[in-house]
Design a protein around this ligand. Structure first.
Ligand code: PLP
Length: 226
């Protein structure tokens, strides 16, 4: 199937899940995760109407942002972020979904160029014993929210998680349910970034507003370059 057909298929899945959950039809947005994929694949998705793209690796992401600067794309950084890479992310991306410590947030705030609007931020939370070392614990969330809320060049939008893969829908829903329950900690939280190719229905059932979809749009990834 082509990238355009894959996107249409993902939208059918999203629409079915939204209808089943009794949610508003435009309450879930699709983030196309283009990590490891060439700029031409992003162009193909763009030609099919897709406007929001997610990248995990700073260098690769910046190269694509620059190669595709003729397109009207909003770029989301969704990978682990080290402090020596924050400047490039602050100047080239519209969103960062993976903030999990104050130092990174402070640097993004200080380095966000004045001619750009505030950078949209999600805090990555490590829900229900993920094996990943990324994400802060729910107990530490309130103090991080409080501190990030003081940073004028950031706009704290919501929360993100990457649960360990689970097979059945009940097990998939549990961590998403936990994340959704934490959103009220934010003063103006309107965003739940949760759900990937294998668990988007469960995430939508629990209130996802961004689903981050790579494989179902672009096919399997080849990691040999990373
Ligand atoms: C790779 C990745 C995705 C997309 O995963 P798929 O299973 O390919 O849909 C989503 N979110 C993050 C943070 C990722 O690293």
């Amino acid at each position: 199937m082509s990238i355009a057909e894959n996107i249409a298929q993902v939208y059918r899945q999203i629409e079915a899940a939204v209808a089943k959950a009794g949610r508003n039809h435009d309450s879930v947005r699709l983030l196309a995760v283009s990590k490891t994929k060439p700029a031409d694949d992003v162009r193909a998705a763009y030609a099919a109407g897709q406007r929001s793209f997610g990248e995990n690796y700073v260098q690769e992401g910046i190269e694509k942002v620059q190669a595709l600067s003729d397109l009207d794309i909003d770029w989301h950084f969704i990978g682990p972020l080290q402090s020596n890479k924050t400047r490039e992310v602050a100047s080239h991306f519209d969103w960062v979904h993976s903030v999990d410590r104050l130092k990174i947030a402070q640097r993004l705030n200080d380095q966000r160029p004045d001619d750009l609007p505030p950078l949209n931020i999600c805090i990555q939370v490590n829900v229900s014993g993920e094996d990943s070392k990324s994400g802060i614990s729910p107990a530490e969330l309130p103090s991080l929210v409080e501190a990030i809320s003081q940073l004028p060049r950031l706009r704290l939008r919501g929360l993100m998680c990457i649960p360990a893969p689970a097979e059945d829908e009940a097990a998939q829903r549990e961590p998403f349910h936990q994340l959704a329950g934490l959103l009220s900690v934010l003063p103006a939280g309107d965003t739940l970034s949760m759900g990937m190719s294998g668990d988007m229905e469960a995430a939508i059932a629990e209130g996802a507003t961004w689903v981050r979809i790579g494989t179902a749009i672009f096919g399997r990834r080849d990691y040999s370059n990373h």
